[in-house]
Design a binder for this molecule. Structure first.
Ligand SMILES: [Zn+2]
Length: 151
């Protein structure tokens, strides 16, 4: 993938992780990655519809997984796919936590450890600095946030 295409995925993601929603500017010492949502070993490609902009932690923890476990039921479910699913249909930010609204949402919250002490501490720090406000700390959809970004 060339740099222009990489930057287009990044821009369309609103300069934030398409899983946990953290903005690049809030993780200045950590790299973001192009995440092949369906890994190459499972037939995924470098086409834009298979790529998500991901923080390092989410990218590493998602790995090549295609499915996860809903921690509420123990059932195996497909994982959240940023190109096929709408974030707000599967997640809701509540305070410093992200609540899974569906089995898909709950499975990836658990898999990506979105409530790890480090993530909760980061969100608490951002909230204390006035950078997370109430329920509106994520846009309605990462793809809709392009106009809201101000470097
Ligand atoms: Zn993330």
């Amino acid at each position: 993938m060339n740099e222009a295409a990489r930057q287009e995925v990044r821009r369309q993601a609103g300069f934030r992780c398409e899983y946990c929603g953290i903005q690049e500017r809030h993780l200045t010492f950590s790299a973001f990655h192009l995440d092949p949502v369906r890994a190459r070993q499972h037939g995924g490609t470098d086409a834009a519809e298979n790529l998500a902009w991901s923080c390092q932690e989410c990218n590493l923890l998602e790995g090549t997984n295609l499915t996860g476990i809903d921690p509420d039921t123990g059932a195996g479910v497909d994982l959240f796919h940023p190109r096929s699913h709408r974030w707000e249909d599967h997640f809701s930010p509540v305070g410093n936590r992200i609540v899974g609204l569906t089995p898909i949402g709950r499975a990836i919250i658990w898999l990506l450890r979105m409530h790890s002490p480090g993530q909760l501490e980061l969100r608490a720090t951002l909230r204390a600095a006035g950078k997370l406000r109430g329920m509106a700390w994520l846009p309605a959809s990462p793809r809709e946030s392009q106009q809201q970004f101000s470097p």
